[in-house]
Design a protein around this ligand. Structure first.
Ligand code: ADP
Ligand code: MG
Length: 388
């Protein structure tokens, strides 16, 4: 799960990480009220969307007066912001963070993320902050410094110190940056984050250190024990179908093809996507009706995929082990009746009571093709979708 910049800053500030004063606005009126309250010579208006690259795309505005705050807010609210990290149509701005401005002397890059290979955490830092880190890496990889902690190891002072040395920091500023990095690391662990990226971590002309931007991603499987993070979920940022899927506990990811898939188990889902491709088709989604494929969840998954306008045909490939195939078939037939099935639907059921399940499908009078094997299933749905 991702959160907004201002939410990341809220979480970090609770751990003593220095941030500038600010508050989130939901309207132009809010923006004006917050700017009055801040009472600073310079305030910065920052569009809150789950994507970076806002600065260059006009999503960060500097205001020197209340009038400029109102103008800036007017230019951001309810507009679509397109950055290199948004989908091509951009993202609508519903929230704007109003923050005190500061005089930046230097911008650093700092990121912590779980290393999937080692299972430990990696810390990455660079003195070329503020800009796209991929650009820095392409220009001169020696400007990027990494410390990899072993799985289960704690962060030691020398880890952070070595990053600060590498970035050419020393003295009071060096010690402040060290302290901030250590606190961010504690927050990263305590909050079950998967990635926290601070770009920039700014040093001001008066030698203070502030987190100026914050991008954070959290482990979905740990959200049950991170209530404060869970409550920061912004449904407007999610794909409507993915949101609906998460309500039913379905593992759903929208893809670019036109064949909707319903499968149980991540392994079988991947294999099904591969075989679809093998026969010249393209999956419209990854859908793992994980755990027990109960008739209710199969019905919910089916309706969700059916609603997707890109889907021209559906393949259900479910192994009914704990769940009986006849129950799954009942759930599917009922859902298919409810939507008034018009798109081709190929069903490959395997497991307990498979004959009964197939009979229910055949007797339903609906245009459903029950098939025996996976190859046949994939070939049939690809052919039916091509025949359109
Ligand atoms: P993004 O990464 O999406 O472009 P940032 O939050 O990093 O957005 O902001 C872009 C740039 O705007 C920063 O690199 C910094 O130079 C400037 N900036 C952001 N917040 C402030 C602030 N409060 N005061 C002064 N400058 C800021
Ligand atoms: Mg940034």
């Amino acid at each position: 799960m991702n959160i907004h910049e201002y939410q990341g800053k809220q979480l970090l500030s609770q751990l003593g990480v220095p941030i500038l004063a600010g508050d989130v606005a939901y309207s132009i009126h809010d923006a004006e009220r917050i700017a009055r309250w801040l009472d600073e010579d310079v305030v910065v208006l920052k569009a809150q969307i789950h994507a970076g690259g806002r600065g260059k795309a006009g999503g960060v505005k500097i205001a020197h007066s209340l009038n400029e705050v109102i103008e800036g807010a007017d230019a951001l609210f309810n507009k679509r912001l397109i950055t290199p990290q948004t989908p091509p149509e951009g993202k609508q701005v519903n929230r704007v963070y109003i923050e005190a401005g500061c005089k930046i002397a230097q911008e650093f890059y700092f990121c912590i993320l779980v290393n999937r290979q080692t299972g430990g955490n990696d810390l990455i830092a660079s003195r070329e902050g503020g800009m796209d880190i991929e650009e820095v890496a392409a220009k001169d990889a020696s400007l990027i410094h990494r410390v990899s902690l072993d799985s289960g190891s704690d962060l030691q002072p020398h880890h952070v110190r070595s990053l600060c040395y590498a970035m050419g920091l020393s003295g009071r500023v060096g010690r402040r940056v060290q302290d901030v990095m250590t606190r961010i690391y504690k927050g990263f662990c305590a909050l079950d984050a998967y990635m926290v990226e601070i770009n920039p971590l700014a040093v001001t002309e008066d030698e203070h250190v502030y987190v100026l931007d914050c991008k954070a991603t959290f482990d979905d499987n740990a959200l049950y024990r991170q209530r404060q993070v869970e409550e920061m979920r912004d449904d407007d940022e999610m794909d409507p179908l993915e949101l609906e899927a998460s309500r039913h506990d379905l593992n759903y990811v929208k893809l670019h093809g036109n064949i909707g898939l319903m499968v149980n188990g991540a392994g079988l889902s991947m294999a099904t996507m591969d075989i679809i491709k093998h026969f010249g088709g393209e999956a419209a989604n990854f859908m793992d009706v994980a755990g027990a494929a109960t008739p209710q969840r199969v019905a919910a998954a089916f309706k969700l995929i059916y609603r997707d306008e890109d889907v021209r045909g559906i393949l259900l490939n479910i192994f009914g082990g704990m769940m009986r195939c006849n129950d799954i078939a009942e759930g599917l037939v009922q859902a298919a009746r409810e939507v008034g099935l018009k798109k081709p639907l190929v069903v490959r059921l395997e497991g307990t009571n498979v004959e009964q399940g197939q009979k229910i499908l055949r007797d339903s009078g609906l245009p459903i093709s029950p098939v025996g094997g996976m190859e046949e299933a994939a070939r049939t749905i690809v052919e039916q979708v091509k025949a359109g």
